[in-house]
Design a protein around this ligand. Structure first.
Ligand SMILES: [Ca+2]
Ligand SMILES: [Ca+2]
Length: 620
């Protein structure tokens, strides 16, 4: 594996090991000690010349830090009262070169030297690419997708042991497992992979990754930082993009900060005295909303195991911004999915987005806004006239409005006009093309369970997802109709064949059931159709009001016009086309893009549509 690393990555790995060793000093009581610096390195030539280093140690009271190179200028030092942390404001001069910079630290408890590394930035080519409607995103819960390295299944000194039989236990999936399946994903037709958080979660019941205990380290159960960089490189080699799942809102309660908080206002509240969150997200936009309850959504702890960071503290904000830039620059990822977006201080997030997009203009960020009404989601998108603060700078939001409409149609079996109504609210969004659309994900019922096993409606839902506007996301396993359950641990079921405990290998045709192969082929073909007919991905969308449970819409791009007809009834029917005949001006025939058959167009054409069928015609 290691031989696949770039020389640069290998070189950097060696240096970090040496330097961490360089920090160690003989330990005596009441001695100055510096254990760790974050960020662990930085780069020459970033947009901003300011860098804030967080030093962890002991007896840092009255610490003085100097650097002989005046281009590495330490402009300010902030020391915390407990003597355990120091924040250095550094100004990086234009003449700085990549290399090691020696920082001389001293106070009444002693003196020590530490080294800090500034790296040369890598070429942007093929990195930080962003994601768009031209992509199809595949969402992976890494503990449950594939175990590529059984040696890391249990790490002795870490909480949360390997417990494959338990739905809430760790199942052993990891980064190597994902690398091993990149060819499978490429073959399926996926173009981007969003992976639930991979950073260290030394917590109990934290296989999901949302309780960070080290914001600069990949969890050893998943691999290492270097293996993550390799994943991004291997994905890029296959024209697959990588989207990182990021959390600004909270950390895990076992984070070392919790034993000695850097500052009293590092968190909203404390372990002993904090509010639990009432999750009232609508209140945040409601002009009649109760301000105390609104404050609770922003400052209450998401759950009691997840301390809420106070991003209004400028040191917390700077830490999080730099941490995010560090991961992007280190790895070359293409986008971020930002967790629990409405729960975070919005002023901070606007600056966070703006800084990231200023550094990486092609990058894309999607905020998880789990509210069902588009009127309450839209204000979070960049350029909204409704947002507070005025510009969020957030390009993309999760389309929980459409998700809810899908639920109305496919779970609650209501009229398909719910989807029409939802999409007709797109005028609220500054950019409806940059919505992340989905029917299932790691938090909600799997699609096969939504449609209660009805394959025709399962296929209908996927066809809508993959031909309506937006950036579609497919949850791992949905491409074979994987079943889940109502419980989180079951929704995030093992992909069959990803684990040594699996009784069959559904990554391969021979290991799939007849129905699974039927669904796999169906999804693969749909993804091929999107590539063959770009109008399906990025065309202008025109839709007609639903009548008699027919939903008809067009995707139009550069003269390519595709008509999609959805029959939301369990019966074969004829569709009269005369009332939208204006769409067939100059149309000679309708080409069925799925089976390549043609129908000659004549005014008053009747189209034959099977029960729960979705027809896709190119107008020629
Ligand atoms: Ca493993
Ligand atoms: Ca919060």
């Amino acid at each position: 594996m290691r031989k696949c690393y770039s020389l640069f990555q290998f070189y950097r790995h060696c240096l970090i090991v040496v330097w961490v060793g360089g920090y160690s000093l003989t330990l005596h009581a009441q001695q100055l000690r510096i254990d760790k610096i974050e960020p662990p390195n930085w780069w020459i030539g970033m947009k901003s010349d300011s860098l804030q280093l967080m030093l962890y140690g002991e007896n840092l009271i009255d610490l003085k830090v100097t650097c002989k190179d005046h281009n590495f200028k330490i402009a300010n030092i902030y020391l915390t009262q407990n003597g355990l942390y120091a924040f250095l404001d550094v100004r990086l001069g234009k003449k700085l070169l990549p290399g090691d910079y020696e920082l001389y630290c001293s106070n009444r408890y002693g003196e020590t030297k530490i080294k800090y590394e500034l790296l040369k930035r890598l070429s942007e080519k093929g990195r930080y690419q962003g994601f768009s409607q031209q992509d199809v995103i595949y969402l992976i819960t890494p503990d449950r997708f594939a175990d590529g390295d059984t040696v890391n299944d249990n790490i002795m000194e870490m909480r949360d042991k390997f417990e494959h039989s338990s739905p809430l236990g760790r199942h052993g999936g990891d980064i190597q497992g994902i690398i091993n399946k990149l060819d499978y994903l490429h073959n399926l037709g996926i173009t981007a992979v969003w992976i639930n958080p991979l950073i260290e979660n030394n917590m109990t019941i934290s296989y999901h990754g949302y309780g960070a205990t080290d914001l600069y380290k990949i969890d050893p159960r998943f691999g290492s930082n270097d293996l993550y960089y390799k994943l991004v490189e291997e994905a890029h080699n296959r024209n697959l993009k990588i989207i990182m799942d990021h959390v600004s809102n909270h950390i895990g309660i076992e984070h070392p900060w919790m034993k000695n908080l850097p500052m009293p206002d590092w968190l909203n509240g404390s372990i002993d005295n904090h509010q639990l969150n009432h999750h009232g997200k609508d209140i945040l936009q409601d002009i009649h909303g109760d301000s105390v309850l609104a404050r609770n959504t922003l400052s209450g702890w998401f759950v009691s195991e997840m301390p809420d960071l106070d991003q209004r503290n400028p040191y917390v904000a700077k830490y999080l911004v730099q941490n995010t830039l560090w991961w992007i620059e280190s790895s070359g990822i293409d986008g971020i999915r930002e967790d629990t977006y409405p729960y975070v201080d919005q002023g901070y997030l606007a600056r966070w987005n703006n800084t990231i997009l200023g550094e990486y203009p092609k990058f894309n960020i999607v905020g998880e806004v789990w509210i069902q009404d588009p009127a309450f989601i839209a204000p979070y998108q960049q350029g909204s006239m409704l947002s507070r603060p005025r510009n969020s700078h957030l390009p993309c939001v999760t389309d929980y409005g459409l998700f809810n409409a899908f639920g109305d149609v496919f779970f609650r079996q209501q009229s398909i006009s719910n989807i029409y109504k939802c999409i007709s609210h797109d005028f609220l969004y500054p950019n409806p093309s940059n919505l992340l659309t989905f029917i299932d994900n790691h938090d909600v019922l799997r699609l096969i369970d939504v449609v209660k096993g009805d394959i025709r409606r399962f296929k209908m839902a996927l066809q809508l997802l993959l031909t309506l506007r937006g950036i579609p996301e497919i949850y791992y396993g949905t491409e074979i109709g994987l079943q889940g359950g109502t419980d989180h641990g079951l929704i995030r079921a093992d992909f069959p064949g990803g684990f040594r405990q699996s009784s069959r290998n559904a990554f391969e045709r021979s290991g799939r059931t007849v129905q699974e192969n039927e669904i796999f082929d169906f999804v693969q073909n749909l993804l091929k159709l999107r590539k063959k007919f770009p109008a399906l991905m990025q065309g202008e969308m025109i839709h007609l009001p639903v009548f008699n449970e027919f939903y008809i819409y067009f995707r139009i791009l550069n003269g390519e016009k595709i008509m999609i007809v959805v029959n939301n009834k369990d019966q074969h029917r004829q569709l009269e086309t005369h009332f939208f005949a204006h769409h067939f001006k100059n149309t000679r025939f309708l080409l069925n893009i799925e089976n390549n058959t043609q129908i000659a167009y004549t005014p008053g054409l009747l189209l034959e549509v099977d029960g729960f069928e979705v027809l896709k015609y190119k107008l020629e």
